[in-house]
Design a protein around this ligand. Structure first.
Ligand code: ZN
Length: 279
């Protein structure tokens, strides 16, 4: 593998006027940063998720209400700009998941804002659950039997858990846990190889490489920059050794300094490109 495929289009970016979260604009910033730094990435245009694909994970009336801006999105607004970006954020993740399955190794979706979205609820900057849209779309197509979700965002993936429970998706293994105490950091990292190995029977591992697990993040966090880099290195190297393809995304990251957030996401890409031998 010479480069990491990144599924990005400017259409997945939105600028909700009613939010302090940088997440909707991060795709553009990280891709610019990675290209500027000449990281070994190849940008590929994703295919938008369809209304019916999104409705595999969400109630159809909720999907239509969000897309028509009648219902409030995860930013507590009805911004058309946000609604129009959502099929593209889900589509970026779904396209990257397909890419990872096809190359058998890894692909990146520079996206956030998925795991708090439930069957018919938007919450915490999340409107549609792109993780579940991708899992259910690929399952419906017969491309996967078992899917793993390793959610290393700082916050519990309550929307993901709700959809899995509501639809009784026993073929999805979902790991998501909130840690708050930096004293737990080394134990977490020591345990991580075993956690990743627990996905050995999955056809695809979805990895949320959240930057809000950083100890300086205002919304929580318990890992230093160096520990986050080790986290990423472990996930990629163990998954590669097992032969389980990984699709990963950005998830949260709320430090005031955008530079610090981008640095964490860039470190994830560096860990990824090193693990797959294209650095
Ligand atoms: Zn978070």
């Amino acid at each position: 593998m010479n480069q990491i495929d990144v599924y990005y289009t400017p259409q997945q970016v939105s600028c909700p006027s009613d939010s302090s979260s940088p997440s909707p604009r991060k795709p553009e910033w990280v891709v610019k940063e990675w290209l500027y730094r000449k990281l070994p990435v190849r940008v590929i245009a994703p295919v938008a998720a369809t209304r019916d694909q999104i409705a595999l994970a969400h109630h159809p009336r909720y999907v239509d209400g969000i897309l028509s801006c009648e219902l409030m999105n995860g930013f507590r607004g009805r911004n058309k700009d946000v609604a129009q970006s959502l099929p593209w954020t889900c589509g970026s993740f779904l396209s990257a998941a397909r890419g990872a399955l096809e190359n058998g190794l890894v692909a990146c979706s520079p996206t956030s804002g998925f795991h708090h979205a439930g069957v018919k609820t938007a919450f915490g900057y999340c409107t549609f659950n792109g993780l579940m849209v991708a899992a259910l779309s690929l399952k419906a197509e017969g491309k996967v039997c078992r899917v793993g979700i390793l959610d290393c965002d700082q916050h519990f993936g309550d929307g993901t858990a709700e959809i899995i429970a509501a639809k009784r998706l026993d073929w999805i293994r979902h790991l998501s846990k909130e840690y708050v105490d930096p004293d737990e950091a080394e134990a977490f990292i020591a345990q991580l190889p075993e956690l990743v190995r627990s996905f050995v029977d999955c056809d695809l591992l979805m990895y949320q490489a959240g930057a809000d697990q950083h100890v300086n993040d205002p919304l929580g966090g318990f890992l230093t920059t160096e520990q986050l880099a080790r986290r990423d290195q472990i996930v990629f190297t163990v998954a590669k050794a097992m032969g389980v393809p990984v699709v990963w995304n950005l998830a949260g990251g709320y430090q005031d300094s955008l530079y610090e957030v981008l640095k964490i996401h860039t470190n994830t890409m560096l860990a990824c490109s090193a693990a797959y031998g294209c650095d």
